[in-house]
Design a protein around this ligand. Sequence first.
Ligand code: HEM
Length: 460
Amino acid sequence: MDSPLTNRTTAPLGSSASGAVDTSTKLDQLLDTLHAYRPTFKLTPQQNLLFIAFLFPSILLYLINNRYQKSKQKQPSLPSKPTTATSTASEKQSLRDRAPGTWRPSSYLFPKPPSYPSWSFENTKPLPYRPFRYGPIYHTTMGLRTIKPEDWIELDNQYAKYHGTKAFRIAERRDKCIMVAPEAAAASVELLQELVAYLPERYPTLFKRTERGIENLWSGESFDVSSLTGTGPEEEAVEQGCKAMEIAARLIQDDLILMIERADNQYYLLAGAALLPGFWRLTQKFGMSLAELHTSGDVPQYKEKLHKGMYNLFRRLKPEQMVGRNNYFIQVDDSLAWSWSIGPEDGDGEISWSMAEKNKAVEHHYFRSERQTLRRLPKTGAVCFTIRTYFEPIKAISEEEYAPGRLASAIRSWGNHVAKYKGMERYGEVLLEFLDKKHQEQVDRGLDLSREDECRAYPF
Ligand code: HEM
């Protein structure tokens, strides 16, 4: 006998080869499948009604659940479980119960990373972070996502430029860019030790582990880190801490900050190697609490939208977890280390967008984006904040599909406070005119705007 089931012609749900089936395709498949299952015997009108009454709520529930699962996947949140669970139960307990400003060393070992796939000093391009979203409304959020341990530090074919700029600035202005408080000296050494263990595993063609430290195979630098402890008489400990931060900064492209909890429950900036900060001075921010760091810079909606979440994040962050975020700015000069357009790097004079020349030609407009990560160092409990700056001419990124249209929409969505903070009044007119023109050219060439979500995943 010909069973109704043998009539089925459509593939079962979820068997798409690409795995990326959109909701309407799924609906079609679902309807096809149900159609194929329809029995050949005739139903009475009442049975038909019952069938429909059951069928449509089921489809609706399926679609709602599908949407919900998708949106859940997009939520950036701390992992509910640690990425590598090597802390003992009693250590986890002590994380919750510890007194403010105290830390019991954890036995957690940062996992050995696999080597970076096909990494090359010449050919690995900077990751193209484009963390701006379409309007109409700009939402101020922490914007965190989980970072895998192996992705802690990103290096690419810009290494030589960053290394050279950092070396120059260390020679010119070490004391203003590298600062360590006595409380943070041991943590600075711990940070260096973590990098010395991580880098040769992740980038074996660039770094080699030596008996006493690490060697940079490209620059020929060899660092002996074996005698650094960051302990002992205060002056000596601080000197060792600075040495450690300096070596750490020379090894990678990122700037480095250590935040340490004090007995008042607040986190303070107590160590830093800020060699490419762009628009803030370490000498002014050193020693500030997390809240002061942000309120002193008038970060938009800090108190209303960020403070509580950041406070909780810092307090609860475990050594097994790592989070990251990306931001972006427009800069109207080509200087990676310090944006001189908004004021001089030295002194206590004002740094403000009001100093910048208005409506400079678009050739002077640059896209500046930071990839920041946060992790807690297991031995000292200091929270390590890495800041990797990506820097490209606006003209270059405007050649990428979708980028000019989306960036223009994002800029228009900023709102007064964000626009003021990001200096829109100084460059907005010129930049928006340019971005609109580039976007129109892309649309005229046939850019399919409905496909944008398929082509990118935030923050790219
Ligand atoms: C979860 C952690 C953090 C979040 C969510 C956060 C958020 C922000 C935001 C929204 C801004 C405005 C610019 C932007 O869009 O990025 C900002 C600026 C800034 N943040 Fe943070 N931040 C965090 C951690 C830190 C840490 C650990 C430091 C320590 C140095 C820091 C120092 C600064 C400074 C110096 C500025 C510039 C302020 C100015 O314009 O003077 N932030 N932060």
